[in-house]
Write a new protein. Structure first.
Length: 203
């Protein structure tokens, strides 16, 4: 593969990452074509070629971030699953993982774009896709831990982590303090509940 074939994808990637940084540092209002092109090191023509509208840019930026984050989390959890950890250990490992990769402007941008979805139907489509992906990941994790009724509980786990992320970022708590305790409390409560009648229990 030569440089000419890789250049468009490299430019697209730089644009998406620059957009998330701008949102995280200055808010959605800072996302103008000129600002993004400058931050990404591309021409205005390249920017509009890849993303004809701001809605396209915001939507794809959120998609990229969520896909990357879920990839990182999934890889980490696969390692833990193979190690055969229990819910208590899982809670501690999740807290460590959050400290490892959940800080910076991109994380702020992720939250801000989900709030922007309440005002912008185009961004809402991306947010719905993102929430669904997080729900599916949470369902897989809970199932692996033997939590009954995992699919029903998954949205609560996702909401818990969104709330904890807002708390961390708004207070500057870089230790992710309390994350393990909150998750451990939830997991033990869920383990104590039998699956609802009519629901399939995890294998």
């Amino acid at each position: 593969m030569n440089a000419a074939t890789t250049r468009p994808e490299a430019a697209r990637d730089r644009i998406l990452r620059a957009t998330m940084r701008l949102i995280g540092e200055s808010g959605v209002g800072a996302v103008t074509n000129r600002a993004v092109a400058k931050a990404a090191g591309v021409s205005l023509g390249s920017l509009t070629y890849h993303f004809p509208s701001q809605a396209d840019l915001l939507r794809e930026s959120l998609h990229r971030f969520v896909d990357d984050e879920i990839g990182r989390i999934t890889a980490r959890l696969e390692q833990l699953r193979e190690a055969g950890i229990d819910p208590d250990q899982a809670a501690d490992e999740v807290e460590k993982a959050i400290v490892g990769f959940s800080y910076g402007p991109e994380e702020i941008a992720n939250l801000e774009l989900h709030l922007q979805a309440a005002r912008d139907p185009e961004v809402r489509k991306a947010a719905e896709r993102s929430i669904k992906a997080y729900d599916q990941l949470a369902t897989a994790v809970l199932t692996a831990l033997g939590i009954p009724d995992a699919e029903r509980h998954a949205p609560t786990v996702v909401a818990l982590f969104y709330g904890l992320a807002i708390r961390r970022l708004s207070t500057g708590d870089t230790t992710a303090s309390g994350t393990a305790d909150a998750l451990r409390l939830f997991l033990h409560g869920a383990l104590a509940q039998p699956a609802r009648q009519g629901d399939s229990a995890p294998n």
